[in-house]
Design a protein around this ligand. Structure first.
Ligand SMILES: Cc1ncc(COP(=O)(O)O)c(C=O)c1O
Length: 382
C-alpha cells in the first residue's frame, strides 16, 4: 500500500463482531484469562485498540513492531532508560526538543548515563564524540526549532558500523515526509501529540522499531507504565486516516509561508528545509518526501518584546505551544519549548529571543500570507 492508502486501511481491526468499519473502543482494563504467556492488559501495551494503532504506524514507518505511550516524552524517556544503563554514554545533537535535552541532562545523568552533545551530526563530529562506552546515537531531523537537517542514512550506517543503536525523533517530519527505518535507523520515535494526532486534542507517543528492540524497550515499558488508554487510541486511529491529506496541505502552505517571509524586508532570516538556500536543502530533498509544516524565522523586531508584539498582531495564526495540528500556531521557543535551557545554552543552540516558530496548518494559503503581511505592517508602525 502507498501512504495515503495505508493511512486509511493499514492495520484496521478485525475485532468487530458487528462488522463496523471502525475499531470498537474496548473500555476494559480487565480482560479474561488467555491460555498464552501474556494476558491482555492496558499496561502490557497489548489491548486491541493499542494494537490497531501500532499496526497502522508500523505500516507507515515500515517498521516491524512498536509501542504506544501516554506522551512523546514517555516514549523518549522509556526508550532511553530501556536501552542505556549506568556507565553508558550517548551521543545526541545539540539542537534538540528542549524536553529531550532536559531529560538527558538531568534524569539520564542522575542514573549515571554520560552524554555528549554535538553541534552537527556529521560523521566527523560523531566520530570525535565516540567513546568506548557509547551505546546509542540520538538525532532529530528536521530539528526543533531551527529545522537543521541531519543526513539520516549516514548516521544509520555509521551507527551500524560501530554497533550502536540509532534513534530518531521523527515528529517534525511525520511518517508521510520521512521514513528513517528504511534509511538504516533502528528506532523512530514520535510525539504523536503533534502530526499523528493532528487536531491539538490528544497526547501520546509512539516508538516504531524492529521486533527485537521493541522487546527490549517493552521490558522497561511495563515497569514504567506509560501506556495510553483505549479512548485516546480510537481518536488516534481516526486521526491517522487523514494524516497524509493533512501533511500534504501543511507542506504546501509551509513552503508558501517560508518563501513569503524570505522575500519580506521585515524579516532577517527564515529556517525552512524547502528553501534552496537552507544549508540542509539538498540532503532534505534526498531523504524527505515533503519538507514539512514547520518553520522558524527572526523578524526584524528588536528582541523578545518585539517578537511578542508581532505575535499579538496576528489574527489567524494563533500564539500557542505545541504543533502539528490543523490550525497554524506560532510560538517563541525561548519562552516555550526551550524555556528549561539556560540563556547560555539557548545561545549555544542558536535560539534567540526573537526567534519565532510557526507550525503551519491546513488553512487557505492566501489567508496565512495576508495575516503575516498585516502583522509585519502593524509592527513597523508601532
Ligand atoms: C520534536 C518533539 N519531540 C518530542 C516532544 C515531546 O512530546 P510530548 O509533549 O507529547 O511529550 C515534543 C513536544 O513538543 C517535540 O516537539
Amino acid at each position: 500500500m502507498k501512504k495515503s492508502t495505508a493511512c486509511v486501511h493499514a492495520g484496521n481491526s478485525n475485532h468487530n463482531p458487528a462488522h463496523g468499519l471502525n475499531t470498537p473502543i474496548y473500555t476494559s482494563s480487565a480482560f479474561g484469562y488467555l491460555d498464552t504467556a501474556e494476558n491482555i492488559y492496558p499496561r502490557y501495551y497489548n489491548t486491541p485498540n493499542q494494537e490497531v494503532v501500532v499496526q497502522k504506524l508500523c505500516a507507515l514507518e515500515q517498521g516491524e513492531a512498536g509501542l504506544l505511550f501516554g506522551s512523546g516524552m514517555a516514549a523518549i524517556s522509556t526508550t532511553m532508560l530501556a536501552l542505556l544503563q549506568a556507565g553508558d554514554h550517548v551521543i545526541l545533537q545539540r539542537d534538540l526538543y528542549g524536553g529531550t535535552h532536559h531529560f538527558v541532562t538531568t534524569e539520564l545523568k542522575r542514573v549515571g548515563v554520560d552524554y555528549t552533545l554535538v553541534e552537527e551530526t556529521t560523521v566527523d563530529q560523531l566520530e570525535a564524540a565516540l567513546q568506548s562506552t557509547t551505546k546509542l546515537v540520538y538525532i532529530e531531523t528536521p530539528s526543533n526549532p531551527l529545522l537543521k537537517i541531519t543526513d539520516v542514512a549516514a548516521v544509520g550506517s555509521w551507527a551500524q558500523q560501530h554497533r550502536l543503536i540509532s534513534v530518531i525523533d521523527n515528529t517534525f517530519a511525520s511518517p508521510i515526509n520521512q521514513n528513517p527505518i528504511p534509511l538504516g535507523i533502528d528506532v523512530a520515535i514520535h510525539s504523536g501529540t503533534k502530526y499523528l494526532g493532528g487536531h491539538s486534542d490528544l497526547c501520546f507517543g509512539a516508538v516504531i522499531t524492529s521486533q527485537s528492540i521493541r522487546d527490549r524497550i517493552y521490558g522497561t515499558a511495563i515497569n514504567l507504565g506509560g501506556s495510553v488508554n483505549a479512548a485516546t487510541c480510537a481518536l488516534i486511529e481516526r486521526s491517522l486516516k487523514t494524516l497524509s491529506l493533512r501533511v500534504i496541505q501543511q507542506n504546501k502552505n509551509a513552503q508558501a509561508v517560508a518563501e513569503f517571509l524570505q522575500q519580506h524586508a521585515g524579516v532577517q532570516q527564515v529556517h525552512y528545509p524547502g528553501l534552496a538556500n537552507h544549508p540542509g536543502h539538498d540532503i532534505a530533498q534526498r531523504q524527505m518526501q515533503g519538507f514539512g509544516g514547520m518553520l522558524s524565522f527572526e523578524p526584524k523586531v528588536g528582541g523578545g518584546e518585539g517578537a511578542e508584539q508581532f505575535m499579538r498582531q496576528l489574527k489567524i495564526i494563533t500564539p500557542a505551544i505545541s504543533l502539528g495540528g490543523i490550525e497554524s500556531l506560532i510560538c517563541a521557543p525561548a519562552k516555550t519549548s526551550h524555556i528549561k535551557l539556560s540563556a547560555e545554552e539557548r545561545q549555544q543552540v542558536g535560539v534567540s529571543d526573537e526567534l519565532l516558530r510557526i507550525s503551519v496548518g491546513i488553512e487557505d494559503t492566501e489567508d496565512l500570507l495576508e495575516d503575516l503581511q498585516q502583522a509585519l505592517v502593524m509592527i513597523e508602525e508601532l
